[in-house]
Structure formats: C-alpha cells, structure tokens
Design a protein around this ligand. Structure first.
Ligand SMILES: *Cc1c(COP(=O)(O)O)cnc(C)c1O
Length: 225
C-alpha cells in the first residue's frame, strides 16, 4: 500500500516547481497532516471552518492554512485570525464580511475570487460580468483588509478531457482579462485550479496552484453525523 509520503513524493514529481501544491486534508485526522508535514509539506487545505480551526490549534504554527470550499458569512470570524488564503470567495457579500472581520483582528486577508466555469448547477462562483460590477463599485475600491490575489475554479467532473481543458482555459482567460482591464498589480498572480482527477490538465492550461486531496491522503470517508 502506498503511504502519504510516497504519494506526496510521487505528486511532487509531476508538478512543475513553480506550481504550489495545496494538500487537501479535509476529513482526515491530524496524524495525516503531521505525516505530510514531516515531508516538508506546509500548504494545507480545508473546507469547513470548524475543522480548520480545530486543526490549526493543535498543529505547528508555520502551516499555511488554505480555506478552499464554500465559506458561509457567519463562519468567517472563526478563520480570519490565522487563515493564509481564502480560495472560494464567491460573492461580494462574502468579501465584505471577510473585510469587516479582518479589520477587527487587524489583518489583510489574501483572497481568490471563485469563478463559475463548470457545466454543473451546484458550483458556486462569479461570472465575469458580476465581477466587473464589483470591481467598479466604490466600496470595493476602498476595502483595506482584503487583498485579491487571483482566481479559483473547478472544472466539471467528467471523463471529457476536452471539456476540462476548455473550462480551465476559460479561467485562465478571465484571470488575464481582469489583470489587464483593471491594471492589477503583481499581487494578482494566482490561478488556483486542478484537483486529483484533473490536475494534469490544469498544469497544461497554466495553473499556478493545485489543490490535491485523495491522491495524497487516500479516498475520503464521510461520516453521517
Ligand atoms: C475536496 C476539494 C479538493 C480536493 O479534491 P480531491 O479530488 O480529493 O483532490 C480540491 N478543491 C476543493 C474546492 C475541494 O473541496
């Protein structure tokens, strides 16, 4: 059986050096994070605020914690004191709440805007028009406690690789368009796309950050509670 260490080494060999690997540890115990940590892994991703906070409290403080899922506004306050990057900012309302809570703890929180690129009805995210409206809003321009560092997206879960290529291309184009149209600074630099099933495709399409869970930690078992 392959261990977490073997999996991690194996994946690192397949990812270009400049691409950041976020190890998605959701549902997995602290001991799994520790094993990856011993292999030098420092970027970890979680998609539940409470679970993230619990793991943060017991694990080494040099871990960079990424929040990767849909974040409810009432949960923002639990993670702002320590979160490293919030990937799934899918509404203006959520961004405002992050800004508000970040101000209270005197932090500037790096955020990625999630775009809806898949042909699935359950995925969250902006479209380009909604994003433009936000960027043009006066209140947005005055937000002091969030830093938009790039975009995030999820491709359709499908065997059709051509479709996945095309969806990742769309996200890359959105990134380039925003960067150009709004003359965004060097801080705007992250394209977070690619998971266990499709990270090879995302790499071909220019990802800068992949979020990989099951290929490192094994399949997840969800409890019923
Ligand atoms: C769970 C999750 C991942 C990792 O999924 P795997 O298929 O296990 O690699 C990546 N991104 C998001 C947003 C997730 O929720």
């Amino acid at each position: 059986m392959m261990s977490i260490s073997d999996n991690l080494l194996n994946i690192r060999h397949q990812i270009p050096q400049e691409v950041t690997l976020v190890a998605v540890s959701k549902t997995k115990p602290v001991s799994c994070v520790e094993e990856a940590y011993r292999m030098g892994q420092r970027d970890f991703g979680e998609n539940k605020a409470q679970e993230l906070k619990d793991k943060y409290e017991v694990l080494p403080k040099d871990i960079k914690w990424h929040f990767i899922g849909h974040l409810q506004t009432n949960k923002v306050k639990y993670i702002v004191p320590f979160v490293y990057l919030i990937h799934g900012v899918d509404s203006y309302k959520l961004l405002m709440e992050i800004n508000k809570q970040a101000k209270k703890v005197n932090r500037i929180i790096p955020c990625l805007l999630q775009f809806y690129i898949a042909q699935e009805e359950t995925k969250f995210g902006f479209n380009l028009q909604e994003c433009r409206e936000m960027f043009d809003d006066i209140y947005f321009k005055n937000m002091q406690n969030v830093l938009i560092q790039g975009v995030m997206g999820m491709a359709t879960h499908t065997d059709n690789q051509k479709q996945q290529h095309s969806e990742f291309k769309t996200l890359k184009n959105i990134f380039e368009t925003l960067k150009q149209d709004y003359q965004l600074s060097q801080d705007f630099k992250i394209i977070s796309m690619g998971m266990t099933e499709d990270y090879h495709i995302a790499i071909e399409e220019g990802t800068t950050m992949v979020r990989i869970g099951s290929a490192i930690f094994g399949v997840r078992q969800y409890s019923m509670n």
